[in-house]
Design a protein around this ligand. Structure first.
Ligand code: HEC
Length: 175
């Protein structure tokens, strides 16, 4: 029995070791800085800082990878969040989005922050600076609203859009 335990343990250890050879790609793709949300939407400094701390790791090409992303399978899991986050909303590409997509993005950002769905809980656990205070939340919400008013988009949001995910939103789980 003892011998068997030993070989199971050894097997698991070997799998873990092999996993470490499959590191995630941590290079940030290039993008046009003028299109970045902070440059193109120009939020006030406080909002910009909050978004940098709480959203940019998953929703931009300015991701900072913590040390534990060098440890698999944790890194794979984090990378998956980043890829999914960028797919839904990439703040580094903001300036290039259509008015419709911007309008939708602002609406969604407001909703996510209002409901406390974003940033993901699994993220704030390791990033205390991303835990939003009531004031930070309110500042973000007002800015999203204001920007949406300024945009003045009134084309509707229910049909197909370049976002390509509109039907799925409600079903998503925010882990
Ligand atoms: C740890 C990574 C992570 C962080 C940090 C994060 N998000 Fe997300 N976000 C995701 C993922 C993954 C999705 C897509 C899956 C989902 O909706 O849960 C997403 C989806 C979204 C969506 C699209 C929702 C939808 O239903 O289409 C918006 C808008 C959003 N996030 C806004 C924010 C804002 C604003 C912040 C900062 C306050 C933020 N996120 C921080 C990972 C993150």
């Amino acid at each position: 029995m003892k011998k068997r335990m030993k070989s199971i343990f050894g097997g698991l250890l070997a799998v873990l070791v092999v996993m470490q050879f499959f590191q995630i790609d941590k290079t940030n793709p290039e993008y046009n800085a003028a299109n970045d949300f902070l440059n193109s939407a120009q939020p006030p400094a406080g909002v910009a800082e909050t978004m940098k701390n709480a959203c940019y790791d998953c929703h931009s090409y300015q991701t900072k990878y913590p040390w534990y992303t060098y440890v698999q399978p944790v890194g794979w899991w984090v990378k998956n969040h980043i890829e999914e986050g960028r797919e839904h909303l990439n703040l580094s590409l903001w300036g290039g989005y259509s008015a419709k997509r911007k309008n939708h993005g602002l609406e969604e950002m407001q909703e996510m922050v209002e409901e406390g769905e974003m940033p993901l809980n699994s993220y704030t656990w390791g990033h205390p600076e991303a835990r939003l205070t009531g004031d930070q939340r309110n500042a973000l919400i007002s800015f999203f609203k204001e920007t949406r008013d300024k945009l003045g988009y009134s084309g509707g949001d229910d049909d197909d859009d370049s976002h390509g995910e509109s039907e799925e939103h409600e079903e998503h789980e925010h882990e």
